[in-house]
Ligand binder design. Structure first.
Ligand SMILES: C[S@@+](CC[C@H](N)C(=O)[O-])C[C@H]1O[C@@H](n2cnc3c(N)ncnc32)[C@H](O)[C@@H]1O
Length: 459
């Protein structure tokens, strides 16, 4: 356990910002609130915000320009644009970016009539007895092999063949989104927390005997999804038909550089949590659908914000990104290096490295906080004086050491020109893992929403 004085100092600084906020239950903060919400219900993007949460902040602050540097399926930029603001999002995984673009196209371009015609034609093609040429087969990677039944494989190939022949890019995109978003439901897999669980019918040799129940045919699943998309089109046009948000695909670790100082008056965001969650594993089917091969998976994972035990340091790359502004990078790294509570925790974990289930959690935490120091310092630059940052994040715990992510990131924020006004705590925290519980007892880890306000001073 980390003792005084460093922890006391950090806790003294930020404890007064803490308050339990009953309004932020899981259905508001997380994707769960999006069931039935036009557009955002198409993809079960479990890491996503609910529409309600984003609307609540946009309505309260009425910003002119809003940024989400980890924008997922584009919830923040799309909703901000729908409310008349300039919405910008940066997302590294093409899955989220593509769904977001699909919602925008449905709101601004494609008509329900054109989409219905395309749907009928696609469904007819899937029903034909003629198989698609081999090159349209699902592009499996090792971890997706045997995910589908033989019949589903044939139907998927016919759909891919059909989509390749569609001329209009917006229709092609929407059909592609529809297919990508049903892959899990027609497969022998299920996204389950950090894992992709396999159904016992997959033919893989498995220890567990998960049975996910009835599995729809690809034809039926895609039919249901496409009619849902068509049904949503009018509401999407009403809500988000005012223009196009700026959806950027790439890493905020180098793209934030491109914005001018004070360009945004609000940021609403939720970065990956420091919890080992590997998006490339849970979204393996969707990434394979998009053409990622094994090497592509590894490269994408490495480019993402460090949050898994596989991530290696990005220092050389970060030095090249900041080659023309070494001072900026050095200041961000100094914030990281001088965070004594974090380093006490890292040292405690290093001393127990032989007891850790995976010693690379140390490297994960080092990378996570170095990179978040850069992101937060950039937010201090791009948010205008008086502007607000809302950030959703969870604390984490490794080997009985709780990492107060909320306090550490708020400390970085205060060194980057913000004042931490609130750390709203969700009424229910996150339980620790069963192994940790057996060893260290039950502990609830804080899940929080932070509010930082940019001061008028120059940083
Ligand atoms: C917690 S989710 C946020 C989801 C989003 N709030 C929504 O409503 O869909 C974090 C997102 O950050 C993305 N991400 C991870 N590393 C990134 C990076 N370096 N740059 C931009 N996005 C990144 C992940 O792919 C993931 O979609």
């Amino acid at each position: 356990m980390i003792g005084p004085p460093a922890r006391h100092h950090l806790f003294e600084n930020f404890t007064s910002c803490l308050s339990v906020e009953p309004a932020f239950d899981r259905t508001v903060v997380s994707y769960q609130g999006n069931r039935g919400v036009p557009g955002f219900r198409w993809m079960k993007y479990k890491e996503g915000f609910s529409r309600r949460l984003v609307e609540q902040f946009i309505q309260a602050y009425r910003p002119h320009s809003v940024l989400d540097p980890f924008s997922g399926i584009g919830t923040v930029p799309i909703i901000a644009t729908g409310h008349g603001a300039l919405g910008t999002g940066i997302e590294i995984m093409p899955i989220g970016a593509r769904v977001g673009e699909g919602i925008v196209q449905a709101a601004n371009g494609v008509s329900a009539t054109d989409m219905s015609r395309a749907t009928d034609a696609l469904l007819r093609r899937i029903k034909t007895s003629r198989p698609a040429p081999k090159r349209f087969s699902f592009p499996h990677v090792r971890i997706t092999e045997q995910a589908f039944s033989a019949e589903t494989e044939l139907e998927i190939a016919k759909a891919r063949h059909f989509i390749s022949e569609v001329d209009r890019p917006a229709i092609r995109l929407l059909l592609d989104v529809a297919c990508m978003t049903v892959l899990e439901s027609v497969s022998y897999t299920r996204k389950d927390g950090q894992y992709l669980r396999w159904d016992c019918r997959s033919g893989r040799s498995l220890r567990s005997r998960v049975d996910k129940g009835p599995i729809a045919t690809f034809h039926d699943a895609i039919e249901a999804r496409l009619w849902e998309m068509i049904e949503d089109m009018d509401s999407l046009k009403d809500a988000y038909g005012r223009g196009y948000p700026h959806l950027m695909i790439g890493s905020s670790l180098n793209l934030l550089r491109k914005f001018s100082a004070g360009q945004f008056d609000m940021v609403i965001t939720s970065p990956p949590y420091a919890n080992r969650y590997d998006y490339t594993r849970t979204y393996a089917l969707e990434l394979a659908w998009l053409g990622y091969d094994q090497d592509g998976f590894a490269k994408l994972r490495q480019r993402m914000l460090s949050a898994t035990v596989e991530n290696k340091p990005k220092l050389n790359w970060l030095h090249s990104v900041y080659a023309d502004d070494r001072v900026f990078l050095d200041t961000a790294f100094t914030m990281y290096r001088s965070q004594s509570v974090l380093h006490d925790i890292l040292n405690a974990l290093r001393n127990k490295a032989h007891e850790l289930s995976n010693k690379h959690v140390i490297r994960l935490l080092e990378g996570y906080f170095q990179e978040m120091a850069i992101i937060i310092k950039e937010l201090g630059r791009v948010v205008a004086p008086g502007g607000t940052v809302i950030m959703v994040n969870d604390n984490v715990q490794y080997h009985g050491e709780e990492v107060p992510v909320d306090f550490i990131l708020s400390d970085f924020a205060e060194q980057s020109g913000f004042v931490c006004e609130n750390i709203w705590v969700l009424p229910r925290g996150k339980g620790n893992s069963s192994q940790q519980m057996a060893r260290f007892g039950r502990r609830e880890i804080r899940k929080c929403v932070y509010r930082w306000v940019r001061t008028d001073e120059r940083y």
